[in-house]
Design a protein around this ligand. Sequence first.
Ligand SMILES: Cc1cc2nc3c(=O)[nH]c(=O)nc-3n(C[C@H](O)[C@H](O)[C@H](O)COP(=O)(O)OP(=O)(O)OC[C@H]3O[C@@H](n4cnc5c(N)ncnc54)[C@H](O)[C@@H]3O)c2cc1C
Length: 289
Amino acid sequence: MKASNIGYTRPRSLTQAFEILAENDAAVPLAGGQSLMVALNMRLSAPQLVVDIGELEELSQFSCVGDTVVLGALTRHRQILESELLREKVPLLPKAAAHIAHAGIRNRGTLGGSLAYADPSAELPACAVALGATIVIGSLQGTREIKAETFFKGLFETDLQAGELILGVKIPVIVASTSIAFAELARRQGDFAIAGVTAVATMAQAQIKSAQFVYFGCTDFPRPANRVAAAVMGLKSPLAAGAELDTAVGQDINPSDTAGMRGDTKRHLATVLTRRALDQLFGSEARDV
Ligand SMILES: Cc1cc2nc3c(=O)[nH]c(=O)nc-3n(C[C@H](O)[C@H](O)[C@H](O)COP(=O)(O)OP(=O)(O)OC[C@H]3O[C@@H](n4cnc5c(N)ncnc54)[C@H](O)[C@@H]3O)c2cc1C
């Protein structure tokens, strides 16, 4: 199947993009096209006009300002994967980007597109929440900022309003006392996650002082798993087998049955991945999934 007849325009500036989006209720932005073009070709979406923002210089920032990394919305997955700056300052992002699809998709797909699309199985939205990122949004009315943990509202649903674009993301630099973890299970390398978890924790004397756990693939949208965060406080390596953590995972996520997999199987997988993530936080990466 191919897309129906759709108008196409490529604005020359961000202001022009805002103007076009403000004038056309039925216009949608196109960034890397790796999700939108699929939806158009399958006729799951039928906008009147596609506004190609994919070459806008204003959305391509990639820098570290003080203790904050600032990434423009057009940062490609491949840039995230290959960036020395991110490896040093926010290593969770390249670690996660290695699990996104395949080289061709990573070459085109963008950070802003991934956040705006809010696929519940996507890696970067979960990382943005775990890292305490701030999403910068713009429109003809000006700019506003929103924490990632309040940006995601539901299944494929965000706080973005008509006429708005994600401009970029601000991410705090990881400090020495912080430990990160990322564990994902997919059918094949590069497939969307069946279940995944990412965690950012503050450690002291090899003990978890505070942590943010965020699940993807097994929940409808990325948000802090507060019960798990409470259950891991004070934990040390080696982990004792205990029901408390498993109960907490079950309280934080409630995956529904999908074709070929029951919700309780996904919950079990999430529990296994949580233990792997804890191994990573303690610096003993037992297995990489
Ligand atoms: C075969 C395949 C496998 C994939 N596997 C994975 C995977 O394992 N993990 C994963 O995370 N992703 C995966 N993806 C999706 C890929 O990461 C996409 O690149 C990403 O989800 C969307 O980014 P994009 O730049 O391509 O956005 P587009 O497809 O251009 O746009 C997606 C949506 O976001 C909106 N949008 C885009 N940019 C902005 C912006 N700046 N402001 C506001 N709205 C905006 C668009 O209007 C559209 O609704 C896969 C895609 C394919 C085709």
